[in-house]
Ligand binder design. Structure first.
Ligand SMILES: Cc1ncc(C[n+]2csc(CCOP(=O)(O)OP(=O)(O)O)c2C)c(N)n1
Length: 905
């Protein structure tokens, strides 16, 4: 019954009658019917509330009380716009509308008291006191944006945390000294480098050194609240400082990198301010925490999804999905954070199943410039952190010259992340002492700003003076602190110069124990990747069954019946089945499989059906997850992003060497949206940072008349990135080869990425089937040679065009042609190719491809097999990868086949 129905007896009665009853009720409540009694109780209650309500006009103060209440709300909402967060210049003025007159109040009200003050814990306080508390809380060194958060509990938590102590923590003397100690190290480490390595780039932290104590205390507090690991991603700015003062990298190590005295010749390496590190530390309260700083390329912000992928893997594998155990911390530059779209992709991903990590701490080192650009040139938004609003995440803007406020803001961020599992942002507003790097002249572009900076004392001096004034430390003690630290640095530098320490490498630690780097010999032929018949039979049975209670869609039932018949009757497997069997075989052997990309649960081309949906309730069923209690598959339809999702999967692969990790493109060419991950991480991370990844990319590729955008995965680009056995580039054409190549990714005892051109029309091509027995034995075949030694012509190709050539040869019964498929384009199996060259010594060698001459594998083929006298058959060079007209496409395709197969002499 809704309320209206419940009280119809009221609306049906006449007023005189009700008044009569009310009188009776007032004399004796029991004299009226129960339902009238309840009604009058409610009436009395609401009258009481009205009488006591401070906003009741009848009480004479309502308008002012309402005004004060609105004022409180406005300070919470807009106080940040007038906060004193900029240490170096006046902030850009924004209309905050916080004047008394805006609320119809005036100075004459300042001494009056208001009950509305109770909202901030000051009942019956004067307006002056209320304003004082609001300004201290919301307009001092910390500006807070949080009132847009829909989560009421979060807002209440923040108000309760900030307002009672005016957002100023009451840190003990000891804690204040610890902060000063860390500021000393941060400031004087930079000063030392500046004087000892003059003109060398280090991307100094000067201007935002408060980062160092804030990170230190974030880790300490996190550890108190269950954090076992912190994974950090950051750019070049301040990285060396973080490495030594947070990650405890030795000063000697950093100095020797400056001296460049000890690089290992096998390792091309990277500049020192891109390198990563792992450390185990014990906090002051005795908690052990593992810290990882992820290596990063120059490409700003690209590391963020990688950090998240690493965290996801750790949470899953090491901490039973408890997201509170792993704390992601991402440190950004202001210009980069607001400029780079990957951050939006990551925000959008942050609460999605299969990708969420329980929130991250984002710290922006906001020095108000990006290289030479002013902040007004680098964003349209008010704050560089405005992206936070996408996820309704709280933001703290904090003055870098107030280390206590910075530590406090970061500590609150950690607490919020741990309690609410969301992203939290801390925008530390400071300055950049020098130019973009130490040799760069900033006064060309920011002459006025740099005049102020030149006059501005460093944060150690400012904070030290504050503590001296408050009697926390004496000037003498603080001078001794500085002197001692400088002395230590000098001793370490002397040691470095005399002993020349070797940089320690940490490639195969923790999850990577037992792995090794690959050698050229590993690529002469693939290892055995067969799977026993018994296992295949078990997996096949599971793959063609679903529980009785599951209401499968008719077409799914049919698909499963077809798969069943294919295995049992024909003893064959097609592409989709071979893929599922490969996944199943790894799961049975204890390996997890993770496949993520757009629409990959069903498969863009409807060939996979890894996740089935119940027709009646849309619950899902994953046959592969019935195979084992200890391992399984995670198949995720990702959001519509390539850059961020591939970055995430790359990160996941770094932390999960024993899982098969796959990112699938909807169509292969969309992977260019993730080109930064491919160039900067996938193809080069082992050489730059000694970080291996076995990430597999599935890139649908093949010329089928669908136009320029859906034909080419641009695999020439991957081939161009290949060198020093850095990755596999494969274009397999048989289900058995797919099966073996996926298993090889796990069975090798080293890891390199696998770039797979995956098929589209071949998914259903009648010839693209393999005997199931091919899975019980053997390995991946890099080259498939289907010819006779006396062939007059060898048609070498890769991928789908093989079946076009085969059809032509079979229908026209052409003799004298050998078809050789290159299933792996890189690393090329040199020994196998030598054998082929001998076998077909006298034949004409033709490279056939369906891609235009400036694309596909042709350039790679002539570069790597220059001694073969090739004839090229393929499309003419072209700006666009394929034509739009399916008719022209068909004609071109027919010409290629014809040119390859005719005129055998
Ligand atoms: C994606 C990308 N584009 C351009 C650059 C070149 N670059 C290096 S630092 C920098 C300015 C970055 O400014 P900000 O993010 O504010 O960080 P800051 O250097 O001021 O700490 C630029 C443009 C880069 N490294 N990455």
């Amino acid at each position: 019954m809704n309320n209206m129905e419940k009280y119809t007896y009221v609306s049906n009665s006449n007023p005189a009658y009700i008044e009569d009853l009310y009188e009776k009720y007032q004399q004796d409540p029991e004299s009226v019917e129960q339902k009238w009694c309840t009604f009058f109780e409610g009436f009395d209650f609401s009258e009481d509330v009205k009488k006591n309500n401070p906003f009741n006009k009848a009480n004479g103060v309502s308008n002012k009380e309402i005004a004060v209440s609105k004022l409180i709300d406005a300070y919470r909402t807009r106080g940040h716009l007038i906060s004193k967060t900029n240490p170096i210049r006046d902030r850009r003025s924004h209309k905050a509308d916080l004047s008394l007159s805006y609320f119809n109040l005036s100075d004459s009200d300042l001494k009056s008291t208001y009950q509305a003050g109770a909202e901030i814990g000051l009942p019956n306080a004067s307006l002056e006191q209320i304003l004082g508390r609001l300004r201290d809380t919301y307009c001092s060194s910390i500006g807070v944006e949080f009132m847009y958060c829909q989560n009421e509990k979060l807002r209440e938590w923040m108000v309760a945390k900030m307002e009672p102590m005016a957002n100023r923590p009451n840190y003990s003397k000891d804690k204040q000294l610890q902060i000063l100690g860390l500021i000393n190290k941060a400031v004087n480490f930079e000063n030392f480098l500046q004087t000892k390595f003059v003109g060398k780039k280090r991307f100094s932290l000067e201007g935002i050194e408060a980062l160092i104590p804030s990170l230190d205390f974030a880790i300490q507090l996190g550890a108190e609240q269950g954090v076992k690991e912190c994974v950090l991603g950051m750019a070049h700015r301040g990285r060396l400082n973080v490495l030594v003062n947070v990650f405890q990298k030795t000063y000697e190590n950093v100095f020797s990198e400056f001296e460049e005295s000890n690089f290992n010749s096998d390792w091309s390496g990277d500049v020192k301010y891109h390198l990563g590190r792992s450390s185990d530390i014990t906090t002051k309260n005795g908690h052990d925490v593992h810290l990882s700083l992820v290596p990063n390329p120059s490409h700003l912000e690209a590391v963020n999804p990688v950090v998240t992928g690493i965290c996801y893997s750790k949470i899953k594998h090491l901490y039973k999905n408890d997201m509170k155990t792993v704390l992601p911390i991402m440190i950004h530059g202001d210009a980069a954070f607001s400029g780079q779209g990957v951050n939006y992709e990551l925000s959008n991903m942050s609460q999605l199943d299969g990708y969420q990590v329980g929130g991250a701490i984002h710290i922006v080192l906001n020095n108000q410039v990006g290289f030479t650009a002013n902040y007004q040139e680098t964003r349209s938004s008010i704050y560089c952190t405005d992206l936070a609003k996408v996820t309704e995440s709280p933001v703290f803007h904090v003055n870098a010259d107030d280390p206590i406020a910075v530590v406090h803001a970061v500590e609150m961020a950690v607490e919020i992340r741990q309690i609410f599992g969301i992203d939290v942002f801390v925008d530390i507003l400071g300055y950049r002492r020098y130019g973009h790097n130490e040799g760069d002249e900033p006064r060309f572009t920011q002459p006025m700003l740099y005049k102020s900076i030149a006059k501005h004392d460093d944060v150690f001096k400012l904070f030290r003076d504050q503590l001296v004034t408050h009697g926390v430390i004496s000037e003498k003690e603080s001078n001794a602190m500085v002197k001692e630290f400088k002395q230590t640095l000098q001793e370490k530098l002397d040691d470095t110069r005399s002993k020349k320490p070797i940089i320690e490498l940490d490639m195969f630690k923790r999850k990577w124990v037992g792995f090794r780097t690959a050698t050229s010999k590993d690529f002469e032929a693939s290892i055995d990747t067969s799977c026993s018949k018994k296992n295949i039979d078990t997996i096949a049975k599971q793959l063609t069954n679903f529980p009785k209670a599951f209401n499968a869609f008719k077409k799914t039932e049919k698909l499963f019946a077809t798969r069943d018949a294919m295995i049992k009757t024909d003893k064959k497997v097609d592409w989709g089945l071979a893929e599922q069997l490969a996944f199943g075989s790894l799961i049975v052997e204890g390996h997890n499989v993770r496949l993520s990309g757009q629409d990959c649960q069903r498969g863009t081309f409807s060939h996979r059906h890894c996740v089935l949906k119940d027709e009646q309730n849309e619950s899902h069923f994953i046959p592969l997850n019935e195979l084992s209690k200890t391992a399984g598959i995670e198949v995720l339809n990702s959001h519509l992003s390539e850059y961020c999702v591939m970055g995430f999967e790359y990160g996941y692969s770094l932390a999960s060497p024993n899982d098969l990790t796959i990112w699938e493109a909807q169509f292969g060419d969309f992977s260019n949206g993730a080109q930064i991950i491919i160039d900067q991480f996938l193809s080069s991370s082992e050489k730059k940072w000694q970080r291996m990844s076995g990430l597999t990319l599935f890139l649908p590729h093949g010329y089928e008349g669908q136009g320029p955008e859906h034909s080419s995965a641009r695999f020439e680009r991957y081939l161009q990135l290949c060198a020093e056995n850095n990755m596999y580039v494969v274009n397999a054409t048989t289900p058995a080869n797919l099966f073996h190549v996926l298993r090889r990714q796990i069975k090798n005892d080293f890891r390199i990425p696998l770039v797979m051109m995956s098929p589209k029309s071949l998914l259903r091509h009648p010839k693209v089937v393999s005997n199931i027995s091919e899975l019980y034995k053997g390995q991946f075949q890099e080259v498939i040679d289907g010819g006779q030694a006396n062939a007059k012509r060898v048609l070498c190709c890769t991928g789908k065009v093989h079946y076009d050539l085969l059809e032509e040869i079979e229908t026209k019964k052409i003799k004298g042609i050998a078809l050789v498929r290159f299933e792996q384009l890189y690393p090329l199996p040199k020994k196998q190719i030598e054998k082929l060259k001998k076998k077909y010594e006298k034949a004409e060698w033709v490279w056939v491809q369906e891609e235009p001459e400036n694309m596909g594998a042709w350039a790679h083929v002539i570069r790597h097999m220059p001694d073969i006298n090739w004839r090229y058959v393929g499309r003419l060079e072209s700006a666009s990868p394929a034509v739009g007209s399916s008719k022209i496409h068909a004609k071109q395709q027919a010409d290629i086949v014809q040119s390859a197969c005719s005129n055998i002499k």
